[in-house]
Design a protein around this ligand. Sequence first.
Ligand code: ADP
Ligand code: MG
Length: 375
Amino acid sequence: MPEAEVMSEPAVVSPPGTGKPLSVTALRKTYGGVTAVDEVSMEIAAGEFVTFLGASGSGKTTTLMMIAGFCEPDSGSIVVGGRDVTRLAPQKRGLGFVFQQYLLFPHLSVWENVAFPLQLRGVPKAELRRRVGETLEMAGLSGMARRRPRELSGGQQQRVALCRALVYRPPVILMDEPLGALDKKLRDQLQTEIKRIQRELGLTVIYVTHDQEEALVLSDRIAVMRDGLVDQFDTPQELFERPRTPFVADFLGAANFLPGQVEERTAEHCLVRLDTGGLLRARPQSPPRGARVQAAVQPGRLELCPPAEGFCTGTVETVTYVGTLVRVTVRLLDGTPGDVVRLELPAGRAPAVAERVGLTAQAADISVFEAEGGG
Ligand SMILES: Nc1ncnc2c1ncn2[C@@H]1O[C@H](COP(=O)(O)OP(=O)(O)O)[C@@H](O)[C@H]1O
Ligand SMILES: [Mg+2]
């Protein structure tokens, strides 16, 4: 998308945090027989940091490009700051962009790169100088204003690209995997900076990533995408605690899935008879009595207990220390061969390999889903 940044000059600039929400209604895009985006609808509040999270090919970029105006939707509408922009050119939508390739002008200095969007808009010299100076300072680049992009590291170049998108204060900034090309340490550092700048300026950001951890660190809300659809659009906490689909439970938390059948469902709980024989108490939101189900529980929400007291029993197979945590795998007794449950425990509570253990968890931490293929 090389032309994107050069063209990304909004006609309307409103102070951060005061714009009306951005809303997208029933956006759809197909390429030949392939449905890239299939009816995506969402409302984004001013000042919110929203992330599209999904595997490669789930429709994140296509959705973002339709919002940006570089890709025409087959149907649906996009409203930015109270204005229907569905048919407007990208540069008239009042949006800023930062992409994975930073696309700086190689022959211009850092200062000139960041000043460029303001020059395009004819911002008076004194104000231009003030705003470029402030923006560079905020990003920790003041000392590098005279350098050319090739004299900067990858992380510094990405920061300059961020400055260039921020300097004209667009009410909404779109970022498509902007840190994807950087190593882990730099990524962590820039995530913190992006979040700080977003908070300080009250920016509305729509961010695309396939990295769960990055999404969790940055976002007020995350839209989990799969096959061109949003499975769930919620806060990180809600996604963890109340996943609406098995996909969300698995994608965000690497959940364990235990097969069974609903034995009882009341207002307080749901009882699942596991295929391994034990009885599991779960959240009341579940398919009806008799349904074949999968009970999902995150590794961090499982606890070990004496074998007789758990909803299932097994043998500790591996214990791996990861900092202050241990990852533990337990092979279930009475499970089908290969049934292994993963736990994460504080390092002080690590069991011994080959120990016989029971598994337990709070009912509120267990989600119950209809088993695939029904039955
Ligand atoms: N220009 C295009 N022509 C044909 N197919 C496309 C085009 N852009 C995207 N697609 C397809 O649409 C789907 C979603 O792609 P994309 O939005 O790029 O996903 P993501 O950003 O989540 O990786 C994929 O199956 C992809 O192959
Ligand atoms: Mg993409």
